[in-house]
Ligand binder design. Structure first.
Ligand SMILES: [Zn+2]
Length: 299
């Protein structure tokens, strides 16, 4: 395959970094532009994010609407990472929560492992390509699905679970301003999507997490999710693939923040995801070569 010099250069950098013992930390952590010098970040919650990340808008069918232009550059915006209320030990008021309502942003695997997550699907065009690549690498991942997309593609949801991947609730309408809405609104966003995804997946499937669109968590949202058995889910590595910045840029974004235990955010829906798929193909090769294993976010 003919690769441009720039692609080769990016691959070399990625390979070199992955092969190193000191993987670049997720130091950018959505607070500095991607591609900035990586810094080592301890295995503790990062500083809270202030501005919700912007990513794709929801849809119940393809093609999905064009993503709204973020008012804040994503690289400088917040993440699904720890919210301002991250350390607030607010408990579910429903009295039946068995799941922590703290935003999880670490992989459960020990050692050199990484948790890949794919948001906004399932999508009949792109999700199968992602599944195929993951299967080729015996890699497991987590799919954060929008309820209507799951309802429209139940076969894909079943393929995801049959392959051993995990499901995550990603709301009904992908409202990135959820935290400003009423508790009742948020309950519907979370619970209705959970029902849609569960119905598509079948009776034995389990939903493990809730990832607020744009990482726009609030204590109430975390509370509702936890009460439904859904662990609030963040991320530590933002590929920014939704911007379609080019395969090189996506790989560079990942490379800048990747470390063992990372939770990587990518997308398998929300528009043309050809760059995401190609970046994933290269990423999986490099992760394999660097001795990474594939795991899930913690619960
Ligand atoms: Zn999303």
């Amino acid at each position: 395959m003919a690769l441009t010099n720039s692609v080769k250069g990016t691959l070399a950098v990625l390979a070199a970094t992955l092969a190193g013992t000191a993987i670049a930390g997720c130091g950018a952590q959505h607070g500095t532009p991607s591609g900035s010098a990586a810094m080592v970040v301890p295995d503790v919650p990062r500083r809270p994010s202030v501005v919700p990340e912007q990513h794709s808008a929801p849809s119940s069918s393809s093609p999905r609407p064009v993503r709204a232009t973020p008012t804040v550059p994503k690289a400088r915006s917040a993440s699904h990472g720890p919210s301002r209320k991250h350390h607030t030990a607010g408990r579910a008021s429903l009295g039946r929560a068995t799941t922590s309502d703290m935003i999880e942003h670490a992989a459960e695997g020990r050692g050199r492992s990484v948790a890949l997550t794919f948001d906004d699907g399932p999508d009949p065009r792109w999700t199968p390509k992602v599944l195929r690549l993951l299967a080729q690498h015996h890699a497991k991942a987590t799919f954060c699905e929008i309820g209507p997309n799951a309802r429209a593609n139940p076969g894909l949801v079943k393929r995801i679970t049959a392959a051993g991947h995990r499901l995550c609730d990603h709301s009904v309408h992908h409202d990135e301003q959820q935290s400003h809405k009423s508790r009742d609104y948020n309950r519907h966003e979370i619970v209705d999507a959970q029902r849609e995804i569960a119905a598509a997946a079948g009776p034995r499937a389990k939903l493990w997490y809730y990832r607020a669109p744009g990482g726009d968590f609030s204590p109430a949202i975390r509370d509702i999710a936890a009460a439904r058995g859904l662990r609030p889910l963040g991320w530590t590595v933002d590929s920014e693939d939704w911007k379609r910045p080019g395969v090189n840029a996506i790989l560079n974004n990942i490379n800048a923040e990747l470390r063992p235990g990372a939770v990587v955010l990518m997308h398998d829906a929300g528009g043309d995801r050809s760059q995401s798929v190609e970046a994933l193909r290269i990423l999986l090769d490099r992760l394999d070569a660097a001795g990474y294993s594939y795991t899930f976010p913690r619960r």
